[in-house]
Write a protein of this length. Structure first.
Length: 262
């Protein structure tokens, strides 16, 4: 066998080994997902996560910016609370417990654990998804989730949903939330939470694991209202407003806990 043939054979073998490793990782991942989806396993994980979050809350002191956002926004109730993916873990502890708050969680099996945790912490859930574009509301149960959120707002309940909706666009607000604001006539209130002690993960959504014995800060961003007659151009403008307000609130929350100039 010539040197060129040997090189080609080695390259083919290398590609074969890479394919085998990818296949092995996929099988291992599938087995892990199947294990985590078992009801008994999810129940155990839920209890562990909820107890951990309660410890973080009990050992941390949280300040608000502005100092009393509930009074500030009382005249606007009910509202649509929104936050970034991966920054929502402690928010159930920051609500006033006399408020009816319902959170949108994906119908996908990966959302089941989040739903269990939210319900264990006393938050009602709406199962559904938001479409990237309001014209595609029939995808992934988005229409059902949209209708439930609007109905909840019509009943006087607060709804809560993440602004970024896809692994393809972390920290980019989608159009679904501004479409809900237009349909319901309710304002959007961006919220961000941060702690001084934390682990910032390398996940797609840049999730943050809040640690006990922290300084905590909850920053509320500028309110965004969407007129009922908003066309596509106005919706895009309002979407950008939500994104900017969330980024500003997030920066303020981290500046407070890290004791930087706000």
């Amino acid at each position: 066998m010539s040197t060129a043939e040997q090189a080609k054979a080695a390259a083919r073998a290398g590609r074969g080994r890479k394919r085998a490793r990818r296949s092995l990782r996929r099988r291992a991942g599938n087995l892990g997902n199947q294990f985590v989806r078992r009801p008994a396993v999810q129940s155990t994980i839920t209890s562990l996560v909820v107890n951990y979050l309660r410890i973080v809350n009990a050992t941390s002191r949280t300040v608000y910016d502005p100092s009393d956002p509930y009074i500030l926004h009382a005249s606007l109730a009910p509202v649509i609370f929104t936050m970034w993916h991966g920054q929502h873990f402690m928010l159930p502890f920051l609500r006033r417990f006399d408020l009816d708050v319902r959170v949108l969680i994906s119908k996908h099996h990966d959302g089941e654990l989040n739903a269990r945790i939210a319900e264990k912490l006393g938050i009602s859930t709406i199962r559904g998804s938001t479409a990237r574009n309001p014209s595609r509301m029939f995808e992934k149960g988005a229409l059902g989730g949209f209708r439930e959120m609007k109905a909840a707002l019509d009943e006087g309940a607060f709804v809560c949903m993440t602004a970024d909706i896809s692994q393809l666009a972390p920290r980019r607000a989608g159009l679904g939330i501004v479409a809900l604001a237009r349909a319901s006539g309710r304002p959007i209130v961006p919220v961000a939470y941060a702690t001084s002690r934390r682990i910032e993960l390398t996940s797609w959504d840049r999730s943050t694991l809040n640690l006990p014995f922290s300084r905590g800060a909850c920053a509320v961003g500028e309110i965004v209202e969407v007129p009922a007659e908003a066309d596509d151009r106005v919706l895009e403008s309002k979407r950008q407003n939500v994104e900017n307000a969330l980024n500003d609130a997030t920066q303020r929350a981290y500046a407070i806990v890290d004791r930087r100039n706000v």
